[in-house]
Design a protein around this ligand. Structure first.
Ligand code: ANZ
Ligand code: ZN
Length: 858
């Protein structure tokens, strides 16, 4: 009998499955649907372990659900637009198309070698005109709904290469990756999608997602950043205008001692007095050069400058100075704040630094009454409390006071209640080539005109020069850019920006159910039938943007009557990272490749310094990556999959460990020997049924089998605890090895078949091969998932009551069929009897089989 040789059986079964179309999506309307989705990869050229983990998890789920009687959609595609393809074109002269499609072919083959049960007929590739035709169509849906608009916005500008840079092309010091020039900010008219219209629903509907990790929902909620408060208007002294501030603490309005404008605020010029003009302008120049991160960093001292202007607090009628400061962001709220140093930490720091007055207007509930608002305050009191020195509101609790102040402001015309979101509209314009062209033509007379549906897709022109300098390649193609206006015929120009690649991935999951439709974005009935995705699996790095954008697209398309559901992803699993062992010299900070390290005594081969050894996310720069292809070559795909599933629960980080990979390889070898040994003398076609009287060994084995079914099923159906499921299969495999003497029993065969079925989603190749070796001619992957027989789990024991002189003294467990004398003996031997009979004269023993033993003593 042959050795377990993964290389030969894996290839063989992959070919067979492909020929049989085993994983094609079936539309059997009698079966419930299950949509199992992995986040699709960027076609970089080769799979990394993170991909392998992601797709293995989804594959096990898809296979399990098929066996459980669902019709399953398990597709794969390519998030194929993006910067790296353009870089390849610049650096190596390979057209982006060519580079991308080569990578896709390579990675598709790698995925196939892992034995994933993917329906390749449903493949989508976002850079193909068949796909991006519909990305453009969807953009126009947004445009028609008033949800796509243009606005001036800043880009990173490389003054040497005269080109726009993506954020990734700017290093930490603000220099261009290519020219090294200090990057400047330049205003361009760009396209935005109005995601803010959906902020409230995107926030509220998180409640409809009990199957999402709490952590992800929290990150989304924070990103949306809802704040409830008020807009309050402060008239400017001597100027016929007012400063509107946004505050979440209207209850502190009597404590305002100054007002601050963002440096970019349009009122700055008007409020600044002549004598302050020069200084204010210098300050603005300095601040606007910095990023938002730098400006708002918690630990950074706040900088500001007085404008010389004054505003009037509408509640107190008192004048307060107007300042500008770096910590006030123009894009948030109204771009202006009221400074309340007594009750806000940042304002306190600012006021202390610039000697601005601090006025206390909220005191703790239990404070004494003789508060003097101008007492020295040592730190900001930010909690709720009693309003003091607050005019008619004094004495009120701030929790109600907030609303009272808002209502008063509304009555008096000082402002109004306002809800503010941190979420901003989505800037989707990219000044790049390798993206989906925005299907708009700019006409001098008609403005922005959609490309008529019949002219879609607006295709990316081929044979383009890539230099990394100057304008986007699209903007330089005169023939392509100049077109007549579709509406009036006047000479007009195409939009030369392409879309953010996050757009491509915001709707791909809607296309899979009907991936090849050439006439529609998707068949509405078909997509509504399969959606929402039942299980989405992917990395935590997509917890915010990708998931939020996908939810946004879903809601917009629902409002366009294309979709009949509110949320695209019912359950979400964010898998942990795959970490590799990492060697680092703590003195130099250098990472050392493991092959240069003596792992027993890790030292830097150059300096001799002792190395730090730890696990970290696999990455090229840290030399801690493990190539999936090498693992597959050495052990096969089944072992790679087993290791990944066994080593850690799916949402936890996984530390790569060669010894554990070996361990899984040995387990599969044991399964191989177990089943081939059985297959040598048995075939499933010639055995009898499993009913009838079972002996003890058979009963015990049957209990182990059904216990394994129960445990594995529960592990998989709860939180996908693949690791404990594998342990249960190992137990079953051991039970079978221990019982090889009853190989001829139908129970043993049931055990072998059950083991193969339970293991099939995890290790699809070896189980398929062994399934055929024991005499089946159909696929193990077409079998029904086993269900357990509760009666098989029952242990054949009864509880025997032990009495002394008719009084119950305790119970023991005994075999249910035991005869009178055995029962008497077991009872006598029991600790209970020994204790009570000691030193006493035994007169009589009464045995009631199946119930009790009564000792009569004198
Ligand atoms: C007065 C006040 C008193 C404030 C107080 C807080 C505490 P969130 O929760 O993040 O929405 N703020 C408003 N607009 C701002 C801007 N453009 N840049 C920087 N800060 C801004 O925070 C809202 C609070 O942040 C607002 O409430 C305002 O300060 C400040 F005891 O107003 B508050
Ligand atoms: Zn026109």
């Amino acid at each position: 009998e042959s050795r377990y040789n993964p290389a030969s059986i894996e290839q063989k079964w992959q070919n067979t499955w492909a020929e049989q179309g085993l994983y094609q999506t079936h539309q059997d309307p009698n079966k419930p649907k299950f949509y199992a989705l992995s986040m699709f990869p960027y076609p970089s050229g080769s799979l990394h372990m993170g991909h392998v983990r992601n797709y293995t998890i989804t594959d096990v789920i898809a296979r399990l659900k098929r066996m459980q009687g669902y019709r399953v959609l398990h597709p794969m595609g390519w998030d194929a637009f993006g910067l790296p393809a353009e870089n390849a074109a610049i650096d190596r002269g390979i057209p982006p198309q060519t580079w991308t499609y080569q990578n896709i072919a390579q990675m598709r083959e790698q995925l196939q070698r892992l034995g994933f049960s993917i329906d390749w007929d449903a493949e989508v590739t976002t850079c193909s005109p068949e796909y991006y035709r519909w990305t453009q169509w969807i953009f126009l849906q947004f445009f028609q709904a008033g949800l796509a608009y243009q606005k001036e916005s800043a880009v990173n500008w490389d003054p040497i290469d005269q080109t726009v840079l993506a954020n990734e092309q700017v290093d930490n010091e603000g220099r261009s990756w290519r020219s090294g020039a200090i990057v400047e900010r330049k205003l361009l008219r760009q396209w935005f999608l109005k995601i803010t219209d959906y902020a409230e629903e995107l926030l509220n509907d998180l409640e409809k997602l009990p199957g999402w990790p709490e952590r992800v929902k929290l990150m989304q909620a924070n990103w949306i950043g809802k704040s409830v408060g008020a807009r309050l208007d402060f008239p400017i002294v001597g100027v016929d205008d007012q400063i509107s501030v946004f505050t979440t603490r209207p209850d502190t309005v009597y404590g305002v001692t100054y007002v601050v404008l963002a440096p970019e605020h349009p009122l700055v010029a008007q409020v600044t007095t002549k004598d302050r003009k020069a200084e204010v302008e210098a300050f603005i120049k300095q601040v606007t050069a910095e990023s938002e991160m730098e400006r708002t960093a918690e630990d950074k001292p706040k900088r500001g400058i007085p404008t010389g202007g004054k505003a009037i607090n509408p509640f107190t009628k008192k004048e307060v100075p107007i300042w500008i400061a770096d910590y006030v962001l123009y894009e948030y709220g109204t771009g202006a704040v009221m400074g309340v140093p007594a009750h806000d930490v940042r304002d306190f720091a600012f006021a202390t630094q610039y000697n601005l007055p601090i006025r206390q207007v909220i005191v703790p509930d239990d404070a004494d009454n003789d508060n003097d608002p101008d007492d020295e305050v040592k730190q900001a009191y930010t909690e709720p409390g009693i309003m003091v020195d607050s005019g008619p509101f004094s004495g009120e609790h701030s929790s109600h006071g907030k609303q009272a102040v808002i209502e008063y402001a509304e009555d008096e015309g000082y402002g109004e209640g306002r809800v503010q979101y941190r979420l901003r509209d989505w800037l989707i314009s990219r000044q790049r080539y390798w993206g989906c062209p925005i299907p708009i033509i700019h006409c001098p007379d008609c403005g922005a005109v959609p490309v008529p549906d019949g002219d879609l897709p607006v295709k990316l022109p081929q044979n383009v020069e890539f230099s990394g300098r100057g304008p986007s390649p699209l903007a330089t193609l005169e023939d392509w850019v100049n077109v007549p206006c579709p509406s009036c015929g006047t000479p007009a120009k195409r939009e030369t920006d392409t879309m953010d690649t996050f757009i491509d991935s915001s709707w791909y999951f809607l296309r899979y159910p009907d991936a090849k439709n050439a006439d529609q974005v998707f068949d509405v009935a078909q997509t509504n039938d399969w959606m929402p995705v039942d299980q989405y699996v992917g990395g935590i790095e997509h917890a915010i943007l990708h998931l939020l954008y996908s939810r946004f697209f879903t809601k917009v398309l629902r409002d366009r009557n294309l979709l009949k559901f509110d949320e695209p992803f019912q359950r979400l699993l964010t898998q942990g990272m795959v970490q590799g062992i990492t060697y680092k010299n703590p003195k130099t900070g250098k990472y050392i490749p493991p092959n240069l390290v003596n792992t027993n005594e890790p030292k830097d081969p150059e300096t001799g310094d002792r190395l730090q050894v730890f696990f970290e996310k696999m990455s090229k720069s840290k030399y801690n990556g493990v190539d999936p292809l090498l693992v597959m070559e050495k052990y096969g795909a089944d072992t790679a999959r087993m290791f990944i599933l066994f080593k850690a629960p799916p949402e936890k980080d996984l530390e790569w460990d060669d010894a554990d990979v070996e361990g899984q390889f040995r387990f599969l070898n044991r399964v191989w020997r177990l089943v081939t040994e059985f297959a040598a003398n048995h075939s499933v076609s010639s055995t009898k049924s499993t009913t009838g009287n079972l002996n003890k060994a058979e009963k015990d084995l049957r209990r182990a089998i059904h216990n394994a079914i129960k445990e594995v099923t529960e592990d998989l159906e709860g939180d996908y605890q693949f690791n404990t499921a594998v342990s249960e299969m190992m137990k079953l495999s051991n039970a079978l090895s221990d019982n090889s003497k009853i190989q001829d029993s139908p129970i043993y065969q049931e055990g072998i078949e059950t083991l193969l079925k339970l293991l099939a989603p995890f290790s699809p190749h070896i189980t398929e091969d062994l399934w055929h070796q024991i005499g089946h001619s159909d696929s193990v992957h077409l079998q029904s998932w086993p269900t357990f027989d509760p009666s098989a789990l029952v242990v054949d024991e009864i509880t025997l009551v032990i009495q002394i002189n008719g009084k119950t003294r305790g119970t023991i467990q005994v075999a249910s069929g035991a005869d009178k004398s055995t029962l008497e003996q077991l009872a006598k031997d029991s600790e209970i009897a020994q204790r009570h009979l000691e030193g006493k004269q035994l007169r009589k023993v009464i045995v009631v089989p199946g119930k009790l033993v009564n000792f009569v003593v004198g």
